[in-house]
Write a protein that binds this ligand. Sequence first.
Ligand code: NDP
Length: 482
Amino acid sequence: MSDARTGTADIGVVGLAVMGANIARNLARKGYKVAVYNRSYSRTEKLVDEHGDEGTFIPSEDIADFVASLSRPRVAMILVQAGAGTDAVIEQLAEYMEEGDIIVDCGNAYFKDTIRRERDIQARGLHFVGAGVSGGEEGALEGPSIMPGGTPESYKRLGPMLEEISAHVDGEPCCTYISNDGAGHFVKMVHNGIEYADMQLIAEAYDLLRRGLGDSPAQIADIFESWMDTELNSYLIEITAEVLRQVDAVTGKALVDIVVDAASQKGTGAWTVQTALELGVPVTGIGEATFARGLSSSPVQRGASGPLEGHEQPIKVVDREGFIEQVRQALYASKIVAYSQGFDLIQAGNDEYGWDIKKGDLAKIWRAGCIIRAVFLGDITEAYENNPDLPLLMADEKFASKINACVPAWREIVGLGVASGIPIPAFSSSLSYFDGVRADRLPAALIQGQRDFFGSHTYKRIDMEGTFHTEWSGDRSETRWS
Ligand code: NDP
């Protein structure tokens, strides 16, 4: 490396595929000198050739030169394929970096990997920041939502740059320090889980509308577009209308009727559900959304369903506008449940891993830049600002009054979906969850009795302290075990 370039870059980006190239451009456009490196040099050349005039890029062909081009304390953002690719790059960087330097992993890492990596890297005198980044290609360039973890000390150096390149709402950045080690990637994981739920709920609303009204995809697009004027206003509703309006150039049919109905997943939904199971938190909306993708992608089971009879009752919609409004309300109520559950999971992760996550701040940084950006998130911020210890988001005064107003339509629509054989796993499980948290008594008492019967697992009584067991195979008398 020539001396003139040594130590001149404000920040570096490793990995110049879709996300890395756009983050590097975003940084350069904001006036930062950006060191860039990619395993295959062709991507680096492409970035500099096509966008070199957008700012100052300092390209390197090898990692040693890349590190040398950074000013101290050095900051290198990694945007490579999550998993083994990330570990390989971290190792290469750590070899050349020095005490106090900062490695930032902006990939979709599993938060437990981030906890491990932070521990290993910190032992080598470096800082490690796991930062969740949402917004895809466009967000990376124009302003993503960024969720950085790591040490508060590293945020002092890194934070101002990340905040500057993030999306902004009312002058506020969609980036804030989340908490230590894996907290940033944990909240990004739950963000993606909520995204799964939101998408599934929208898909179920579309299915109900299409089958109920017999409308074309373009007509349903109009309905979704009109919902942009309601509390459902969000990026996902907006793009739903666009996707439904798209016409296939080959057949002239609606694209949505040409696309194979098997939804893929890259893993963050499954991580969210696995983590929720580990922490014992019901995230039924996210779970059903993840399983619905699995069902859609199960050709063997779907292909073998021939002998099964549905006994469906066809939907007869007499009041078109009334039906559309009922579906909208059912979607809105189910969405509140999905977000409420997602925030429960964040709270549980926070407690389990000793973080200090501010839930109101999360809703604030998700208001723009990310895939779940929505007007609705402003209400969530307000709810947590009014009460940071709110135990159940949907029971916040404002949300409770909104969800309560939707309940009659919600029940009607779920009943209609069930009767007419339209699969609505996320709508119906959200309503069941709502009824579950509201119930004075749950049949869990019976389950406790069954558990005690076959496994002497004991039970508690509502009328006295202690743990009890019934002698089920004996005289059925009750003994107090503690
Ligand atoms: P990809 O996930 O497709 O990864 C490709 C990049 O990883 C290339 O630069 C490739 O280098 C590099 N790479 C792969 N393996 C290695 C390795 N062993 N050593 C060095 N470099 C390696 O790129 P994306 O831009 O789509 O995503 C980057 C990260 O951002 C991922 O972790 C992804 O999960 C995350 N992310 C992506 C979003 C998106 O919308 N795409 C949104 C939010 C986060 P080479 O060119 O040499 O092959």
